[in-house]
Write a protein that binds this ligand. Sequence first.
Ligand SMILES: Cc1cc2nc3c(=O)[nH]c(=O)nc-3n(C[C@H](O)[C@H](O)[C@H](O)COP(=O)(O)OP(=O)(O)OC[C@H]3O[C@@H](n4cnc5c(N)ncnc54)[C@H](O)[C@@H]3O)c2cc1C
Length: 215
Amino acid sequence: MKKSSRTQGSRYYPKRYDFDPAQRNAILDEGLVCHVSFVVENQPFIIPTGYCRVDDVLYLHGSVGSHFFMQMAKGIPVCVAVTLLDGLVLARTVFDHSMNYRSVVAFGKTRLVESDEERWLAAERFTEHVIPGRWEEAGKPTKSDMKKTMFIAVEVEEWSVKFRSHGVSDDPENMGLEVWAGVLPLKQVPQAPEADEEGVKGIPVPDYVLNYKRG
Ligand SMILES: Cc1cc2nc3c(=O)[nH]c(=O)nc-3n(C[C@H](O)[C@H](O)[C@H](O)COP(=O)(O)OP(=O)(O)OC[C@H]3O[C@@H](n4cnc5c(N)ncnc54)[C@H](O)[C@@H]3O)c2cc1C
């Protein structure tokens, strides 16, 4: 994949960038939410939404009536960001506070997915990306559901990965301050499942829900 000035940070810390596609894929596959930015008549928009990755393509899906999706259907340039927040870095002074993270910024062009085969692939991979095991168990989309849904492929042309994964970096003159310093790790951890009270009673919580984890 090509690299250009648009994927190289101006405050460029080479050690914080990783151009290994395996790292990029790991972040994209762990994330659940992306932010898609695009410009319409000089007005920038940024929209958070779900996604899934299939090789170098990101799939988005949404209502055929959505402004966002109608724009995407035109085949426009977009920038997509996925961020995983790994921790709060609490230095001895506020200035040196930071965050540990892994993030991907991807540039590409949108394409309306038209073939039934690719639309169904996107539907299945999207579901399995969010919660593996769900596609097999849950009712599949009907023809009418599919008609109401637009699938968009973002063909990624260029991307960057940035991360911070280390501890506190205080200035030497602040090391004597009597202030607690360290990292507060943050993780996406599911809480106890809450069953819906309607419908058929007594269905056990599936293992893929009980054992759900990201990354
Ligand atoms: C959770 C979180 C908190 C952050 N907090 C701060 C903060 O408070 N202050 C701050 O200055 N920075 C913060 N950053 C880093 C921020 O994302 C930028 O990397 C930083 O501002 C430096 O940008 P730049 O001017 O070098 O890059 P730019 O020149 O603006 O970006 C050029 C290109 O570099 C690549 N790039 C830049 N940043 C990232 C990234 N994070 N991930 C992947 N690719 C990237 C993109 O391809 C981008 O198009 C934070 C990042 C995250 C994920």
